[in-house]
Design a protein around this ligand. Structure first.
Ligand code: CDT
Length: 324
């Protein structure tokens, strides 16, 4: 067995006016809590250090820039404490953040931090940016202006090896991880590109509104409770079905709760196994740690039989997937 203990650090409401210190303290507590439960890898949500600002139209360039992280995420004043703490605890983590590059580009990104070496093993920049460039004309509509604030990711979906997590011999000691962000999980292509690299654990932080008819193109007359149930169902459906068809575990971490008393986001953070089962899930929409032991050898059945891509794929029929 190659069993590792994984955690999702779900975060509850984070308001527009919350200070960065306040949010950071919550993240440090979540990390402590996960570490005390023996978690080896902790996943924080998408854009975890602030509220989900792409819901707002922000015209002042200085204000907009203040929502982004600049410089080395490990040592920048607004984010350093989390990396220091993880280094001290010896716990790896992945976290989502709004990235401003040195040459002025903006991405919706996440990194995987390897605590022992103090290095970033991987960075991912969100590829499927949902929503719009322009806000909806209806002032009451919920906006998702990711297309305005971010460029589509330019790094691809790269699986990467994480050492030191399992106690097996050197050959099988590494675990193969991959990352995606929120809307990416709804696209089979994101998962398959990672699956083709033998991914064993997919990490996905998210911010998903629980009722947003304009965003989802659904009826405004729906019952909000029913709409929320459907949105949670679709989130978990994506995590479960794609874990199954790529024979991998997955961890998803929500920014949940009701921001500013009015912007409701789903919880439903979960860990799924390679058979497509949910093996742990959040019970609240608050700050909560979800933990599961994952034996990576359980990926072998799917990878060697039903989803042995080398033997069974028929790529001659998949051309349309990469054509306009
Ligand atoms: N953050 C993010 O990508 N959220 C989207 C909201 C829906 S846009 C139609 C999501 O896919 O969950």
């Amino acid at each position: 067995a190659r069993t590792i203990r994984l955690a999702a650090a779900q975060m509850g409401a984070t308001n527009r006016s919350d200070t960065r210190d306040h949010t950071m303290n919550r993240m440090l507590q979540l990390l402590d809590n996960a570490a005390s439960q023996g978690a080896q890898v902790v996943l924080f949500p998408e854009i975890a250090f602030t509220t989900f600002f792409p819901r707002f139209l922000i015209n002042d360039p200085e204000e907009l820039e203040s929502w982004f992280e600049h410089g080395d995420i490990r040592t920048a004043p607004n984010t350093k404490a989390l990396f220091d703490k993880a280094h001290g605890l010896g716990v790896d983590f992945a976290v989502g953040f709004a990235e401003a590059t040195d040459d002025g580009e903006h991405f919706n990104s996440c990194v995987y931090y390897h605590a022992k070496s103090g290095s970033l093993l991987s960075k991912y920049r969100k590829i499927h940016l949902p929503g719009d460039f322009e806000p909806f004309p209806d002032p009451n509509a919920l906006n998702q202006l990711e297309k305005r604030y971010f460029k589509p990711g330019n790094l691809g979906f790269n699986a990467f090896r994480v050492p030191d997590l399992t106690e097996s011999d050197a050959k099988h000691g590494d675990a193969i991880f991959g990352m995606m962000i929120c809307n990416d999980r709804r696209w089979a292509e994101s998962w398959r590109v990672l699956g083709l690299q033998g991914v064993e654990v997919v990490l996905c932080g998210f911010n998903t509104p629980s009722f947003a008819p304009e965003l989802f193109g659904s009826s405004k007359d729906q019952d909000p409770d029913e709409a929320e149930k459907l949105i949670i169902f679709q989130h978990q459906l994506c995590m479960q079905s794609n874990s199954y068809t790529n024979a991998c575990f997955s961890v998803s971490a929500a920014r949940a709760g009701v921001d500013d008393g009015k912007y409701a986001l789903i919880g439903g953070s979960c860990i799924t196994d390679p058979e497509g089962r949910v093996i742990a899930e959040a019970k609240t929409i608050d700050d909560e740690v979800v933990v599961a032991d994952c034996d990576l050898d359980l990926c072998n059945a799917g990878k060697s039989r039903t989803f042995d891509f080398i033997r069974h794929r028929r790529i001659e029929h998949y051309g349309r997937i990469t054509q306009q």
